[in-house]
Write a protein that binds this ligand. Structure first.
Ligand code: NAD
Ligand code: A1AUG
Length: 549
């Protein structure tokens, strides 16, 4: 039976368990976690998972399928995923409507408990499965998978619960005789969550964050992250997520988006992916204004052209390591990946030589061989696109290291360092999304002028880093690069933001900057209602000033 109305979101009396970041497992030789992950990798490589559409808790296998392959061994098929039909997309919309009332009336602690339990399962019994699926399906190394599919997703689930508690606790003043309250309602409509291939955790957060505050969600995972997406969905079900709250709808993005973005009940879009796709979704929504019950909330974290800039006082060893890790970890397929570097002339030879030595040492191959630092890029489309930039590098720059690629076994692109003379070169402006970094060497006395170039060169403003030992140089960077990055690092690489520590997101062409894994993001999924209750209402319409002199 449906309970009577309660302002459930106001009931923030209990404290969720204290949150700390999930410790990263090393998977070093001889550790038990290494042995158990290797075992799960071996078993998963021998499985064939038949991935369904999941609507209202029911699994549908439509027969219109595509394979899941290992990017580093594309002949190896890990499973098959089924594409949603137009009818199933409509059923998913109906499922969100049917589940919304009950889910939004749950005490918020009950909703939080589902996500806290999912975090606990992922931290323990599900960890190897999510890591193995991310390694095999998206070609992440054990470390890159551990910081994403395990730690970041656990952190999203746990920290979001703490942020919700804080948010619901934010209540207005009440004068004598009055009780004012804020009711943080979920949106009146479904949330459409669209996730990218490159982070397993992002799919869980794009769908999970709106659901935690009482929304119901249709989640369209990326075609090339289907295995890990499926296991995230099964994890949430195992943690007690009721049917219909999150509906897992893989398929062709164009017709799915067309159906969902034209529906009157669209409450919001929670997107992470490329700027081009986000822009097209925003335009579609704009062109249909008037058709929606409410103004849809549009949240999108998009592309980047992330930089590391060095001052002449920078530590050359630290700088070279930051560029190598920032540019080549996960094959440069992070929105935060270091893609352009600005090095003073006096440091260039030292930085270049250290980088070339490290790049020669980097192992690239099957991620099941734990000696490898890099796997393959995600698919043939990406491989071909990066190949176009390698051609551009040959034509317009100097390839200092790398520049080769092969797709015989897997989609392998060697880590590549290119130097260009033109600060406006295309290679310094466009997102490449591969293991490819372009260097521009500037005269030491042009530090401030070069920062202005960094700021205006690309349309993005996601992440950036300054390397300097001179504090005045750091202060100048704060001033001149303030709007060039939503996540700014000093003497650190520009990747690896941690939930609860460096809330993530950028502005300009990099998105709406609603900071994934923070209270700011959760705010977008609630619609506040102000309530005033007067305990002793007036019984006379006249005000005191109206009295006789
Ligand atoms: N800023 C961030 O926090 C962040 C984080 C991760 C990735 N990214 C960005 O994501 C991109 C890489 O991921 P990707 O290749 O999966 O991105 P993508 O834009 O190709 O795909 C993202 C999602 O959009 C869907 N999609 C594709 N075409 C669509 C359409 N016409 N309508 C609706 N949906 C559509 C895809 O199926 C996928 O689910 C990079 O640009 C990267 O910078 C940004
Ligand atoms: N959280 C990641 C970025 C996610 C985008 O791909 C980082 O900070 O490297």
């Amino acid at each position: 039976m449906m309970s009577d109305f309660t302002v459930a979101s106001l009931a923030a009396r209990r404290r969720v368990p204290a949150v700390v970041n999930e410790p990263i497992r090393s998977h070093a030789p001889g550790t038990p976690e290494r042995a158990s992950l290797k075992q799960r990798l071996a078993s998963m490589a021998g499985e064939h998972v038949d991935i369904p559409v999941i609507v209202n808790g029911k699994e549908y296998r439509t027969g219109d399928t595509a394979p899941v392959v290992m990017p580093h061994d594309h002949a190896h098929v890990l499973g098959t995923w089924h594409k949603a039909t137009p009818e199933l997309v409509q059923e998913a919309i109906a499922a969100t409507a049917a589940a919304r009332d009950e889910w939004s009336r749950w005490a918020w602690e009950d909703r939080a408990a589902v996500f806290l339990r999912a975090a606990e399962l992922l931290s323990t019994t599900w960890r190897d499965t999510l890591n193995a699926a991310t390694m095999l399906g998206q070609s992440k190394t054990a470390f890159q998978s551990e910081i994403d599919a395990a730690c970041e997703l656990i952190d999203f689930f746990r920290f979001n619960c703490a942020y919700v508690e804080d948010l619901y606790g934010e209540q207005p003043l009440s004068e004598k005789g009055v009780w004012n309250q804020t009711d943080y309602r979920p949106l009146e409509g479904f949330v459409y969550a669209v996730s990218p291939f490159n982070f397993t955790a992002i799919g869980g957060n794009l769908s999970g964050a709106p659901a935690l505050v009482g929304n119901t969600v249709i989640w369209k995972p990326a075609q090339t992250a289907m295995l890990s997406g499926y296991y995230v969905m099964k994890l949430l079900e195992a943690a007690g997520l009721p049917p219909g709250v999150i509906n897992f709808v893989p398929g062709d993005p164009v017709p799915i988006s067309d159906a969902l973005l034209s529906h009157a009940d669209l409450g919001g879009v929670h997107f992470t992916g490329s700027t081009t796709v986000f822009n097209s979704m925003w335009k579609t929504i704009g062109s249909r204004m008037g058709a929606y019950r409410s103004y849809p909330r549009i949240v999108g974290e998009t592309g980047g052209k992330d930089f590391i800039m060095a001052h002449a006082s920078a530590d050359v060893d630290a700088l070279a390591v930051a560029i190598v890790r920032g540019a080549f970890e996960y094959q440069g397929q992070k929105c935060s990946a270091c893609s352009r570097v600005y090095i003073p002339q006096s440091l260039w030879a030292g930085v270049r030589d250290r980088m070339v030595a490290m790049m020669a040492d980097i192992g690239m191959g099957d991620v099941r061989d734990f000696r490898n630092f890099m796997g393959a890029v995600i698919d043939e489309k990406s491989f071909t696109k990066i190949g176009g930039y390698l051609d551009e590098a040959r034509a317009t720059g100097t390839i200092i290291s790398g520049g080769t690629a092969s797709k015989d076994v897997g989609y392998f692109v060697a880590p590549t360092l290119v130097q260009v003379e033109d600060p406006g070169a295309r290679l310094l402006c466009e997102e490449i999304f591969g293991p490819f970094v372009t260097a521009y060497v500037y005269p030491d006395d042009q530090y401030v002028e070069t920062m202005k170039v960094v700021d205006r060169t690309s349309p993005y403003a996601l992440t950036g880093a300054i390397f300097a030992d001179d504090r005045h140089a750091v202060r100048l960077a704060h001033t001149h690069l303030r709007n060039a990055a939503g996540n700014f690092y000093i003497n650190d690489k520009c990747t690896g933001a941690v939930v609860g520590q460096q809330p993530f997101g950028g502005a300009r062409g990099s998105g709406t900057n609603d900071k994934a894994g923070s209270k700011l993001n959760l705010l977008r999924w609630v619609s506040a209602r102000s309530i005033k209750e007067t305990f002793s209402p007036p019984k006379d319409y006249r005000y005191p000033f109206m009295g006789e002199e």
